[in-house]
Design a protein around this ligand. Structure first.
Ligand SMILES: NC(=O)c1ccc[n+]([C@@H]2O[C@H](COP(=O)([O-])OP(=O)(O)OC[C@H]3O[C@@H](n4cnc5c(N)ncnc54)[C@H](OP(=O)(O)O)[C@@H]3O)[C@@H](O)[C@H]2O)c1
Length: 344
């Protein structure tokens, strides 16, 4: 972070840090800040996968400090327990990456919706471009209910992270700034989100809804936490081939389609494909003065046709009012958990 003295060792906590964009962000933070310049904490749900990721980082950066805290972001009990461990380990967290994400594809491509959207549209080309760059309406999604009675995608992507921020308040901001960096998506869809159904129990796009919720929540956090020097921003890694996308198609299909995606970069700059390209906005944000960033914009990773990585910002269709309502509803759900009350 540019406002910090270069001598200070940064603490970067990354949920979903054991693979894909999260793991690459960890590695690039070590490269940018030096082995001695940053302390990485991989927040993961699986010990073995976390250890493998830690070892892979230490193999190339033997002098780096890499720690692990186990948290399943879809389980609030696990978030509260893990946050306690984080508070004991770190006096101050400079960078809190809320990156863990679930996208449950259960039934493949939504062919009928895709075709009708394209052919019923007045400009099919533009519609197709929109669908392929955001994923909106392209895939039939699944969701499930966690043991605690929450919708899985909402809990993993949004609510678990909300609780983590609340539980870490005492080690964020105050003496020096902290950045909360949410991995959102171009698939964040305003029309999929309904504040009266924030868990998306009744919709067909739990992922798009949860990511729009993230965009809204970030605005609400800034309203409440900027005075404590906590700055929240959202970013999008673009299309990246990771475990998440391999749930949509097997990797071999993605690799067969790779030349097409690389060619399409002439038109579509967020076909980043590699985790290194996709992590650009996450790393870039860590190098900015957070006070100067726009809290109503999402920062997006892009790759040019010639392979150059860059970041653009996109104004979000988010307002303080709905963000405030979402915050209050999440807070009331969180308080119920803390008091052991049943949730509805
Ligand atoms: N790939 C894309 O094209 C794309 C596009 C836009 C946005 N994104 C976002 O980018 C972020 C990173 O995804 P990725 O593409 O790098 O995929 P990935 O490699 O599958 O990473 C997702 C990470 O989230 C973790 N995770 C999932 N559910 C969790 C839970 N309940 N508790 C704790 N950790 C959990 C996974 O852990 P396990 O290894 O244990 O499963 C994994 O470390 C996600 O938020 C995703 O929505 C990705």
């Amino acid at each position: 972070m540019s406002t910090n003295s270069s001598k200070k060792k940064l603490v970067a906590v990354i949920t979903g840090g054991n693979s894909g964009v999260g793991l690459m962000t960890a590695e690039r933070l070590i490269i940018v800040n030096g082995d001695e310049g940053v302390e990485i904490c991989l927040v993961c749900r699986n010990k073995q996968r976390a250890e493998t990721a830690k070892n892979s980082l230490l193999k190339t950066h033997p002098n780096a400090t890499v720690d692990i805290v186990l948290i399943d972001t879809s389980s609030i009990a696990s978030v509260i327990k893990g946050a306690k461990e984080l508070r004991v380990k770190y006096k101050h967290i400079d960078l809190l990456y809320l990156n863990a994400g679930a996208f449950l594809v259960r039934r493949g491509i939504n062919w009928s919706h895709m075709m009708s959207e394209i052919f019923d549209s007045e400009s099919p080309g533009q519609k197709m471009l929109h669908m392929f760059t955001t994923g909106e309406g392209l895939l039939l999604q699944g969701d499930s209910v966690t043991e605690e009675g929450l919708q899985q995608v909402f809990a993993t992507n949004l609510f678990g992270h909300f609780v983590l921020v609340q539980e870490l308040k005492s080690v964020l901001g105050n003496e020096s700034p902290s950045q909360v960096i949410w991995t959102s998506s171009r698939a964040s869809v305003k029309s999929s989100f309904n504040v009266n159904d924030m868990q998306h129990k009744n919709g067909q796009d739990p992922y798009g809804s949860s990511k729009f919720g993230i965009d809204l929540m970030s605005v609400a956090l800034n309203e409440r936490m900027n005075k404590q020097k906590v700055y929240s921003h959202t970013c999008c890694p673009g299309l990246v081939l990771t475990n998440l996308t391999s749930a949509i198609f097997p990797m071999w299909i993605w690799y067969m389609l790779l030349p097409f995606f690389l060619l399409m970069r002439i038109l579509i700059s967020n076909f980043n494909m590699t985790a290194c390209n996709g992590s650009e906005s996450l790393v870039w944000l860590s190098q900015q003065n957070p006070e100067k960033l726009d809290p109503h914009s999402r920062y997006e990773s892009n790759t040019s046709f010639l392979g150059k990585r860059y970041v653009t910002s996109r104004k979000l269709p988010v307002d303080v009012g709905p963000g405030d309502r979402l915050f209050k509803q999440c807070d009331s759900l969180y308080q119920k958990f803390k008091k052991g009350l049943p949730i509805d």
